[in-house]
Design a protein around this ligand. Structure first.
Ligand code: PMT
Length: 399
């Protein structure tokens, strides 16, 4: 699978740098073409000559050094790479990539590369768990960077905990798995997939609005999965914590009415529609022109219903595969079943949003998928994996 692939490996300065030598050696045995870029700090742990001898390619460290050949330097390496691997990745390089800092050969080349990026962090356990590092990792994940998680064990500093680089063979196995997932299943080529994600809002006055807890994670993972499989994806996004995904046309909206308008516009020629968004069902009847003043006593607000987007699509449906979600806190199956029928869906993904590890904001979810033949319950898993299951199933309904 890696035969003939151009893999650029960035090696950063950590004690685990020595394991990168084995990773390079194993990739060469799999007939990949490997180029290595080292940070200055990495050269304090392993010499460039070690990598050069294995990869049979000059190792690049200094941005301003005379290039051995213009073919291998900087932008050339960025363009050449099919896969860009950083192993081991320190908190420093992860922070730089996440914040667009390009101040040495490695960070500059990564920034300029459109290759699939795989990051293998290794560091002290407290550093790894530091919220800043975790936020940087989450940000990069949302931008489709893949991560191979460190394992727990005794670290070089003497601490015990998560942060240890996995064994080189495990790293290779996980790289192969990532590439396999990426290359297989281009079953949505030439298909248009419409996805909704995130929360809508309903203004009360110029400074206040109502909304819900949806982060958009579930819908963005579905959009990513459809894109990975070759679809042209239109993502209608409400308020979200997620970053825009490269290569996906994203339309940002505020209200349920705006979501309806955009979704209707793209519905006719869509092949598949997956509605993971959490649109508000009610909005204040009157939106005050001015900020409502705080006065003694309470505030009564009259609410009116917003349009049911999914129900509208169910009525418009022709050949489209139509998938809805049901966010429930009680009687999950009964309520979801009702929505499946009333909204004329092919299937519905039910989640009990009151369960730990499920629903809003979480990176995981616990879902039951229901169609006219019955239901299947899944155990807790990453939203990216659930997205794959949903898209897999939706593909079976394509005409
Ligand atoms: O975004 P995350 O933080 O990752 O959280 C994920 C999620 C909990 C939002 C997601 O898994 C989910 O359950 N999405 C559906 C939320 C919802 O609005 O559920 P519902 O049971 O109220 O609505 C049923 C279906 O009708 C949904 O597909 C919804 O998109 C749709 N709907 C709802 C209201 C409305 N006015 N129009 C709609 O089309």
């Amino acid at each position: 699978m890696l035969k003939g692939k151009d893999i650029v490996i960035g090696v950063t300065g950590g004690i685990a740098a020595y394991k990168a030598v084995d990773v390079v050696s194993k990739l060469i045995k799999l007939n990949a073409n490997v180029d290595v870029i080292m940070t200055e700090a990495a050269t304090k742990f392993v010499t460039p000559l070690t990598f050069q001898s294995l990869a049979h390619n000059p190792v690049v460290v200094d941005m301003f050094r005379e290039p051995v050949s213009w073919d291998i330097e900087h932008i050339a390496l960025a363009k050449k790479a099919d896969i860009f691997l950083v192993v081991p990745a320190t908190a420093n390089i992860i922070g730089k990539i996440a914040h667009g800092i390009a101040d040495d050969m490695l960070s500059t080349t990564i920034m300029a590369s459109k290759a699939k990026k795989i990051i293998v962090p290794a560091m002290n356990t407290n550093m790894y768990k530091n919220v800043i590092v975790q936020e940087n990792i989450e940000k990069l994940k949302s931008l489709d960077y893949k991560f191979i998680n460190p394992i727990s064990g005794k670290l070089a500093c003497g601490d015990i905990g998560e942060g240890k680089l996995p064994d080189p063979q495990d790293i290779i196995d996980q790289i192969l798995e990532i590439i396999k997932n990426d290359e297989s299943n281009k079953d949505l080529l030439d298909k248009k997939v419409l996805v909704t994600a995130g929360a809508t809002i309903a203004p009360l006055d110029p400074v206040r609005y109502l909304t819900n807890h949806s982060s958009g994670k579930m819908g963005y993972e579905i959009a990513k999965e459809a894109k990975r499989r070759g679809a042209k994806v239109i993502l209608v996004s409400g308020h979200t914590t997620q970053n825009k995904i490269d290569g996906i046309e994203t339309i940002y909206i505020d209200t349920t009415e705006e979501m309806l308008e955009q979704v209707k516009m793209h519905f006719d020629d869509a092949d598949m529609v997956i509605k993971a968004a959490a649109p508000l069902d009610y909005r204040p009847k009157i939106v005050n022109d001015n900020k409502i003043k705080k006065e003694d006593g309470g505030l009564n607000v009259e609410f009116v219903k917003t349009p049911d987007i999914l129900k509208t699509l169910g009525q418009m449906k022709k050949e489209q595969v139509l998938v809805g979600f049901a966010a429930e806190t009680q009687e999950l199956l009964k309520n979801a079943q009702k929505k499946l029928e009333q909204k004329n869906l092919d299937f519905i993904v039910a989640n009990d949003v009151s369960k730990k590890g499920a629903g809003f904001k979480e990176n995981t979810n616990i879902v039951t998928i229901i169609d006219k033949n019955g239901s299947k319950a899944y155990s807790i898993m990453e939203k990216s994996k659930i997205a794959k299951i949903i898209v897999d199933k939706a593909c079976k309904y394509l005409k």
